[in-house]
Every structure is written in structure tokens, then in C-alpha cells.
Design a protein around this ligand. Structure first.
Ligand code: SF4
Ligand code: SF4
Length: 74
């Protein structure tokens, strides 16, 4: 399964995260305004539409083995 991940080292913690704005699955989580965003693996569908919007190239592509928790269609 392909999923997006935000590299916390590369992430510049922008006041407005374009990755969060771009994601139509609401997979990007930022619990507090001072926190760096992260991507919820279970909501991300791996479309990678967010990858080009981060000017710090903080979005990376991860390939995860299926853990069997996903329903058909994932
Ligand atoms: S746009 Fe990129 S660098 Fe900025 S907060 Fe989002 S992931 Fe981090
Ligand atoms: S890969 Fe797609 S679903 Fe996942 S965080 Fe990026 S825009 Fe959202």
C-alpha cells in the first residue's frame, strides 16, 4: 500500500500547511497550532496529490505492507 508521510525533519511547520489544505481525505492532522502536521495512515489513500504542494519537499512516499485491517477497495 502506498501512503504519504511528512518527514518531521524537513517539515518547516508552516503557519498554513498546504499539504493539509490539499488533502481531500482530511488525513493531515495537526493537534495544536504549534505542532508539525502528520498524516494519518488510515485515512490517507496514497493519491500523492499533496506531494507537489509542499515547497520544503517534506512529503515522502511510503510503501507499507497490508496489515489486513482494510476493507476491499483500499
Ligand atoms: S507545507 Fe510542508 S513544510 Fe509546511 S507545514 Fe506542511 S508539510 Fe510542513
Ligand atoms: S496522499 Fe492523498 S490522501 Fe494521502 S495525505 Fe496526500 S492528499 Fe491526502
Amino acid at each position: 500500500m502506498k501512503r504519504a508521510m511528512i518527514d518531521p525533519v524537513k517539515c518547516a511547520n508552516c503557519p498554513t500547511c498546504l499539504v493539509e489544505e490539499k488533502c481531500q481525505e482530511n488525513a493531515v492532522i495537526r493537534e495544536e497550532v504549534i505542532d508539525k502536521p502528520w498524516i494519518d495512515f488510515y485515512h490517507c489513500r496514497g493519491c500523492m496529490k499533496c506531494k507537489t504542494v509542499c515547497e520544503h519537499n517534506a512529503v515522502i512516499e511510503e510503501i507499507k505492507p497490508c496489515d489486513g485491517k482494510f476493507a476491499a477497495g483500499w
